[in-house]
Design a protein around this ligand. Structure first.
Ligand SMILES: *[C@@H]1O[C@H](CO)[C@@H](O)[C@H](O)[C@H]1NC(C)=O
Ligand SMILES: *[C@@H]1O[C@H](CO)[C@@H](O)[C@H](O)[C@H]1NC(C)=O
Length: 500
């Protein structure tokens, strides 16, 4: 048999017609409105006729009130999340196991007010498409109205009625005891983000024989209503105190008006005077503002300088440490309640039954002890205070009265810093309370004899603690140590390693 080109073309055309024909379908669903109660789950039915598989097709569910976005899309065997209307997120699904028999119904969970509307079920194959539109009505019965009494208003009693959670939008009615509707102010309606309605309305009622009033909220489309009755005791309508207060208010008002008139009169008379005063005050204010700004600037400069000094002594540390001296403690100067270590580098509070020589230089009243040598040049040493709750460090000038009970100050020959009761104090002529960022564990003491300066440093973070300046030294200065009486941890003189 001979196959001509024409035959071939015919076969192809027939084949195309056949496939096109087999792809044709209708999309069907319910023609009635689907009413659903808010909060329930709902199935929006939609299916293909004939019941061919929709597995390879694109299924779109659209809410016709939204122009660009979709409720749901199934395409290439996947759910497409892009462009989904946010309020439907996580609440929609198809029945995957039903797609092969042309069931493209949509399941929508936890129905809310915004879900009401017309939904289009649109199904497309490669060569054909069709759609069907379904109407959904959401019903929600709101809360029982709450009536509150607002007090006397415009010659009557003010009431407010509120109810929420309705869909569709309800109406609100006020009724008297005979069920007669009476007019009220305008109805205020709000819609929450889930699309439910809240209504409220103010009303002013006059005293009646029963004083019973009803607030009714109703939705006739879904044939639902809720109502609340209030009974107002007639004493509430007793307006005597109210009238009295009105009279008092009127009197007060009149007095105020008279007062104001007088004031205005005076002000007008004094206007020039006042204008002058105002100008003066304004000038003064400007001056003060300027001064304040000036001071603020100065403060800023000083603060930055202080920061600089605090953070920049470290470049100098090597210079200072070059003046380190080797010290031991002088047992002959020790107070009787101090215990020294064998090497003379540590001292702590405590009592031994030691027989002490009665040196005149021994401390009697304050539990102090001196270093074994005095200096009249630059010198530096470091003392470990870790774990201690009380200490005093510094330098003293000899000779001094060791029986003295008063505060150790420069005038008396003491330049010291003390820790006591959690507070750091520099014993200048009047005590200076120090606020330190870190609790020092090791304290460095530096004396610049020529300059008349005694400085204290926190060795760990190389920060400056305090400096006594402007003293005039003429006698040797001796290192002074007082471990205090509140703990038995030792003060330790540390070797200064210049490269530390
Ligand atoms: C499709 O419809 C035909 C008749 O209309 C029915 O016999 C068949 O069971 C249906 N198939 C499916 C998968 O529902
Ligand atoms: C589609 O499938 C769902 C879930 O099984 C079912 O409830 C619904 O009735 C089906 N719809 C049609 C038109 O077959």
């Amino acid at each position: 048999m001979k196959v001509t080109q024409l035959d071939c073309l015919c076969v192809i055309l027939l084949h195309l017609l056949h496939t096109a024909g087999s792809e044709r379908f209708e999309v069907l669903g319910p023609t009635d409105v689907i009413a659903v109660v808010a909060g329930d789950d709902i199935i929006l039915p939609c299916y293909l006729k004939p019941n061919i598989s929709a597995e390879d097709m694109t299924v779109d569910w659209l809410n016709l009130d939204f122009i660009d976005d979709r409720v749901y899309r199934y395409q290439n065997h996947r759910i497409i999340q892009e462009d989904q209307i946010p309020s439907y997120r996580g609440r929609t699904s198809l029945f995957k196991e039903e797609l092969w028999r042309g069931n493209t119904s949509l399941k929508l969970t936890r129905v809310q007010g915004t879900d009401e509307g017309r939904y289009k079920c649109l199904i497309q194959s490669k060569s054909w498409y069709d759609d069907f539109t379904i109407q959904v009505l959401v019903k929600a019965v709101g809360s029982k109205p709450v009536v509150s009494i607002e007090g006397h208003r415009e010659g009557g009693m003010g009431l407010l009625c509120e109810s929420e959670g309705w869909h569709p939008e309800p109406e609100l009615l006020w009724l008297d005891s005979k069920g007669v509707h009476f007019s009220a102010r305008t109805l205020e309606t709000h819609r929450d983000f889930k699309g439910f309605y809240r209504v409220k309305q103010h009303v002013i009622v006059q005293e009646t024989d029963t004083n019973r009033f009803t607030c009714r909220v109703q939705q006739s489309r879904i044939n639902e209503k809720m109502e609340t009755e209030v009974h107002l005791p007639s004493e509430l309508f007793d307006t005597t105190p109210w009238k009295m207060s009105l009279i008092v208010l009127c009197c007060l008002g009149a007095i105020t008006v008279i007062g104001l008139a007088l004031a205005i009169y005076c002000i007008c008379n004094n206007k020039d005077n006042l204008t002058e005063q105002r100008d003066d005050l304004k000038k003064e204010k400007d001056d003060l503002t300027e001064k304040l700004d000036d001071h603020k600037r100065k403060l800023e400069i000083l603060t930055s300088q202080l920061d600089f000094v605090n953070t920049n002594w470290s470049p100098d540390v090597e210079t200072i440490r070059r003046h380190a001296v080797d010290l031991t403690l002088d047992p002959d100067s020790a107070h009787c309640n101090l215990i020294l270590s064998q090497d003379g580098k540590q001292v702590r509070h405590g009592k031994l039954n030691q027989v002490l020589s009665d040196y005149r230089k021994r401390y009697k009243n304050c539990s102090g002890i001196l270093g074994n040598v005095g200096f009249s040049r630059k010198f530096y040493y470091e003392v470990q205070v870790e774990g201690k709750t009380e200490w005093t460090l510094g330098v003293v000038r000899r000779p001094i009265n060791r029986n003295e009970r008063s505060r150790p100050i420069p005038y008396k020959g003491y330049w010291t810093v003390e820790l006591k009761n959690g507070e750091y104090t520099a014993h200048a002529d009047s005590p200076v309370t120090l606020s330190l960022r870190e609790k020092p564990q090791k304290v460095g003491v530096f004396v610049d004899y020529e300059k008349g300066q005694v400085s204290f440093f926190n060795v760990e973070d190389r920060s400056h603690i305090y400096s006594f300046t402007g003293s005039k030294f003429s006698k040797k200065l001796y290192p002074f140590f007082n471990p205090g009486g509140s703990d038995s941890v030792s003060l330790v003189i540390c070797p200064v390693d210049a490269t530390d």
